[in-house]
Design a protein around this ligand. Sequence first.
Ligand code: PGA
Length: 251
Amino acid sequence: MRRPLVAGNWKMNGSREITKTLVTGIGSDLPGDCGIDVVVCPPYVYLDLCSDLLGLQPVSLGAQDLDIHGPGAFTGAIAADMLLDVGCRYVIVGHSERRSLYGESDESVAEKAAVATARGLTPIICVGETQEEREDGITAEVIRRQLGVVIENAGGKIFPQALVAYEPVWAIGTGLTATDHQAQEVHALIREQLSDASEEAAMGTRILYGGSVKPDNAAGLFAQPDIDGGLIGGASLKAADFLGIIKAANS
Ligand code: PGA
């Protein structure tokens, strides 16, 4: 049985004040018998504050990216060990905004996933097609390529520790969600491809859906057999919405 996971990707949003309000808001209403894993991924500079605020709450901390190098002369970069040092357990790699705005390649995403896993972090590896690729009918091909490079370069052994997040680029921040059927279809393909790594990878890896998940569409998505939770952007910035999504994953 795969334990559902809901992760909030705050992207480049927040302040010390907002962090305090949001984390306190989430903590105050989290179901006591939470049967799922909950993760928040604030910007780097608020990780430490978040870690203090979370205290003993059943919420884990994640970062939005990492650098593949160890500590050293890499101005502006953050190493895996630093993330561990401030209490992170998870790290998002290969988000489509990193791929499209900062030129991250499939290869660098695979390298980040490998480094994260080797250092003891759990990577959440994002894959997803653009609107144009979907219209061209090459969604399966794009996902196969993105995940294939990870399996080949990082090695199949990173699964099932590593997670995959299917995030259709056209659904991110647009209010357009993939239908339950569209999402399930791609999740099933991802699970099938994970069997190239191992049967354990296919059965045990948690595959999250991301792209305009809201409290009112979360339950339908999470009810799909191959959807094991969500990676939430906009709705993770409002405690009530994030809690609504957590409840949908927990039911
Ligand atoms: P969204 O973002 O929920 O705002 O669409 C999801 C993501 O980018 O991870």
